[in-house]
Design a protein around this ligand. Sequence first.
Ligand SMILES: [Zn+2]
Length: 238
Amino acid sequence: MYLCYVDESGTPDIPGNTSHYVLAGVAIPVQFWRDCDRVIDSIKAKYDLADQEIQTLQERRALVRDVAQALASWGFARLFAECVDKIHFDPTRAPKTIDEQAFEQIVSRFEQYLAAINQNATQKNFGLLIHDNNETVAKKHTLLMKRFHKGGTLWINLQNIIETPLFVNSELTAMVQLADLCGFALRRYLENQEEELFNLVFKRADRRGETVVGVRHFTRAVCACKICNAHRRAPSPG
Ligand SMILES: [Zn+2]
């Protein structure tokens, strides 16, 4: 089983007070969950924050960098994310809201990742989505998952993801905070060109060969950012 922790950064409102809305998911095989949680707790303990959430990220730069560095070293972890440039998003032409579109993308990419893993697996690996327990998001994502399970997403039928997402309080598990950190790092890179955290978490973006398939920047046609460059790159032969 694979756990995918999902969290958002920025607001889906237009225009809102951020230029980007980012939905990020961090997937790990369930057998690594305890170790990952322990690593993050030990980093937080080092900064004397073991029982607190990683909240005010800017004030805790060193802590956040250490956590991002740990994630970057976890070869078994995969990052999925949809980064929507709201200036580019035209609500009058889009059939879905920004956060619906982003959630559909994350679910589709996690499903594709699981399908690829299961091709060579002797036993089927299921995926479970785990979200921060925010009432509005919980209701919305639960309804969307029901719809995806009935009719598939726009891209793929769901065969590997468990229908009902799980909601947890982020203060109880460091792993949801990790998804929060990834969303934050992606958004700060796109909005403020801050690269330090981005370069660390982007190492875990799901890739096929050289091409990043797990993270997308939804923006104008020509964009020179690292996400767009890595997304466009042709897969290496074989
Ligand atoms: Zn871009």
